[in-house]
Design a protein around this ligand. Structure first.
Ligand code: AMP
Length: 173
């Protein structure tokens, strides 16, 4: 299978090709059509098998029609660690280069609150966050999640192992 067969727009395909990839990995070939169809998905694959692009590419495709409402995130990605959040945000920016209006925010612990609050004051379409810091912003009413259309729990098993279950429940609520 080729990326051209997955129903991704030409501009997203170009961003993938610019990274040197023309063949989707198995997790991508299986996950991308399901996400594009708007269905819930639980997927499992080892690190290094292209999971990040597996959810990033179809989400960018779903967003590519443009902004619906101003000032509210439409995609929320939760990750267990700051490093993973930063990697995911970078992937969204890399593959989403052609969506010139696309803004992202990375809300992680160990980084200054103030800079993150400033980021949230402009429209952030995709928010990548660790659960604790996101709850902090929610409690301070610095972010609203009422327009989130897609929720990704990246490395969900690790988040549960790290004791984030309650935080995730609160965020989902
Ligand atoms: P991940 O499993 O998301 O951590 O991705 C591992 C690495 O695979 C990253 O460096 C990606 O850039 C790379 N990658 C993602 N998709 C593909 C693909 N279709 N073919 C080859 N490498 C890929």
């Amino acid at each position: 299978m080729k990326f051209t067969e997955l129903g991704l727009s030409a501009e997203i395909q170009r961003a993938v090709a610019a990274q040197g990839y023309d063949t989707p990995t198995p997790i991508q070939a299986q996950a991308i059509p399901v996400v594009l169809a708007g269905r819930d998905l639980m997927a499992c694959a080892q690190t290094g098998t292209g999971k990040t692009a597996g959810f990033t590419l179809p989400i960018l495709q779903l967003l590519s029609g443009g902004r619906a409402k101003p000032k509210r995130p439409r995609v929320l990605v939760l990750t267990p660690t700051r490093e993973l959040a930063q990697q995911v945000e970078k992937a969204v920016q890399t593959y989403g280069k052609a969506l010139r209006w696309l803004n992202t925010a990375c809300l992680v612990g160990g980084a200054p609150m103030f800079a993150q609050i400033k980021q949230l004051q402009r429209q952030c379409d995709v928010v990548v966050a660790t659960p604790g810091r996101l709850l902090d912003h929610l409690n301070r009413r610095k972010i609203k999640l009422s327009d989130v259309e897609v929720l990704i729990l990246d490395e969900a098993d690790r988040m549960l192992d790290m004791g984030f279950a309650e935080d995730i429940d609160a965020i989902v609520a």
